[in-house]
Design a protein around this ligand. Structure first.
Ligand code: SF4
Length: 145
């Protein structure tokens, strides 16, 4: 039996910006045989659910960690970078406490994206802020969705 941290929305929790989930049958199945720890970096970072959608400006997750890019609300332009950084740090703390074999993340999200993100309204290669931090700290990350 393995331990996985999993983006909460993939397990059917309604944590997404639109108040919905993104349940993935394969991930749910995986959790029947293993220990899965659901987490949502954006909720951990203090954002509400539902919440306004956000996108990257100036780079992707690694650039946000390096202070070269930010994350803003699409409609209002309000800077939410601090919430995303806090969510990443809290997620890292969960990883340190639970020592997962791997972390399963929902692709495309500004927090959880592994291969793609939304850069100023355009789908682009890159990873989210939480994914970037977890990878930097040496955790094994897999993408779903
Ligand atoms: S931050 Fe991650 S876990 Fe939370 S809703 Fe977005 S993709 Fe799902």
């Amino acid at each position: 039996m393995k331990i996985y941290m999993v983006s909460a929305c993939l397990l059917g929790l309604s944590t997404r910006y639109d108040g919905k989930s993104k349940k993935n049958a394969k991930v749910v199945e995986l959790c029947k045989e293993n220990i899965c720890i659901p987490f949502c970096p954006e909720q951990l970072g203090g954002l509400s659910t539902p919440r306004p959608p956000c996108y990257f400006v100036g780079g992707e997750g690694r650039d946000v960690l390096a202070g070269r890019a930010k994350i803003v609300e699409k409609e209002s332009g309000q800077d939410r970078t601090m919430n995303f950084l806090k969510g990443a740090e809290e997620s890292l703390l969960i990883a340190k406490l639970t020592r997962p074999d791997a972390i399963i993340l929902k692709d495309g999200s500004p927090s959880c994206g592994v291969n793609r993100i939304d850069l100023k309204g355009k789908k682009t290669e890159g990873c989210g802020v939480t994914c970037a931090l977890l990878k930097k700290e040496g955790y094994r990350v897999k993408s779903y969705g």
